[in-house]
Design a binder for this molecule. Structure first.
Ligand code: ATP
Ligand code: MG
Length: 403
């Protein structure tokens, strides 16, 4: 809503899924507070206040419309509104609402008052009527309770009252960090960025691991993965990406194993490396973009055979989603266009003609016994390079080929 004479001084934040009580609730609010503060770091002078059921941003002259896109990426917020704060006195409330409507063309409206301070001398309905009548007396605005053009929300707290005209949906979920940390296997595709997003949405912070096979994969492929991480970074501040030099291990797999099992063995190696990096980085789970039935390596039989090599839980947020649903979400969060750039990742290049769809653990183990993969896995972990990715590209972020 463009403002001319009327300016907001606060943003009111409503908490997301907060069914939990006690300490969990405290942790939720504390984490959300930290995350909001971090997301809005570049806005000078803002102050954040947290209470048990609301969070308030004191704008101190900042433009709420500039803040909005950043706030929309903070998980744990169900909705937020730009607000004008006045003392909790009926005359002050009436004056503020009237001064707002006078800056606008006449519209239909509804007043929705809510008292969180039950000691306030009027009940909600009385506030609604008192404020509505002052508007009707002094302006051309008309009441429409069913479908108002503007719903004027008034929240009365003990000392302060917030007057709001809009409500913007928040990102939902839990504040990133309340649920610990997981290691996401991030390829350059469509699925794993969505798996990352959905994981963060449940309050789990992420680090990412990417397997690169230069010279079979290009520096553009690597840059594409970092760009995807950059698009995901605003949801948690910044993302650590582990780039694993995978070429030697991948070539050894093709040398020693049957072609039809190459993908199965390759993925077992990826899981082993991911688990080691996860443990090193205090991650409690591994996340990937596998979707049941999407390709040969993602049948339940494959998943079982691949999953068998590690003990950490593997979370597959898009396991049951259709590709079109995943694509819709990728478009919505803005990763799709980057994901469909043509650069090959290591899987696409080494794809065998007839990958087995029902690999067995026994055969996989037999094929792996033909070479000393353990040493190579260790080597991969030791040679892994770390890149810190920020929402806006920083100069010290790696751009050239890492290997
Ligand atoms: P995506 O679109 O995310 O690449 P996909 O449909 O192409 O998924 P696969 O290539 O079979 O599926 O990979 C399944 C999952 O394995 C990916 O979603 C990702 O989590 C992980 N993965 C695959 N290749 C890599 C890689 N080079 N580096 C890191 N993780 C990978
Ligand atoms: Mg892929």
């Amino acid at each position: 809503m463009p403002q001319d004479k009327f300016t907001y001084d606060h943003i009111l934040i409503r908490y997301g899924e907060l069914s939990t009580k006690g300490k969990n609730r405290k942790d939720f609010i504390k984490r959300l507070y930290t995350n909001v503060k971090h997301a809005l770091m570049m806005f000078d002078g803002i102050e954040i206040e947290k209470t048990h059921d609301r969070m308030y941003i004191h704008l101190n002259q900042n433009d709420p419309f500039a803040i909005k896109p950043y706030l929309e990426k903070v998980f744990g917020i169900s909705s937020f509104s730009f607000a004008l704060r006045v003392n909790s006195e009926i005359e002050a409330i009436k004056d503020a609402v009237l001064s707002y409507v006078k800056t606008q063309e006449p519209k239909t409206f509804k007043i929705a008052a809510r008292r969180s301070d039950k000691k306030f001398s009027m009940i909600s309905d009385e506030i609604n009527r008192a404020v509505a009548s002052i508007i009707l007396k002094n302006t051309e605005w008309k009441v429409n309770v069913r479908e108002p053009q503007v719903k004027i929300q008034i929240e009365v707290h003990e000392q302060d009252t917030y007057i709001m005209m809009d409500k913007y949906p928040g990102a939902g979920g839990y504040p990133v960090g309340v649920g610990g940390k997981a290691m996401v296997m991030l390829s350059g595709g469509i699925d794993s960025p969505i798996a990352s997003y959905l994981t963060m949405k449940r309050g789990v912070a992420i680090e990412c691991v990417h397997y690169a096979s230069p010279p079979y994969t290009s520096s553009q492929a690597q840059e594409k993965v970092l760009e995807l991480a950059r698009l995901l970074a605003p949801y948690q501040g910044h993302i650590v990406v582990h780039i694993v030099p995978f070429t030697d291990l991948q070539l050894a797999i093709y040398e020693h194993c049957d072609e039809s099992y190459a993908i199965t063995i390759m993925r077992r190696m990826m899981y082993r490396i991911a688990e080691r990096l996860a443990e090193k980085q205090n991650c409690l789970a591994i996340v990937n973009g596998e979707s049941i039935g999407q390709v040969a390596s993602q049948t339940l039989e494959s998943m079982r055979t691949i999953n068998d090599v590690i003990a950490l839980p593997v979370i597959r947020p898009v396991a049951t989603m259709d590709k079109v649903e995943i694509i819709d979400l990728a478009r919505k969060i803005g990763t799709y266009e980057t994901s469909i750039l043509p650069w090959e990742d290591c899987c696409t290049i080494f794809t065998p003609k007839n990958p087995v769809t029902k690999p067995t653990i026994k055969k996989a183990e037999y094929l792996e016994s033909r070479f000393d993969f353990e040493k190579m896995v260790e080597e991969c972990v030791a040679q892994t390079k770390i890149v810190h990715v920020y929402p806006v590209k920083k100069e010290d972020e790696a751009t050239e080929d890492l290997f």
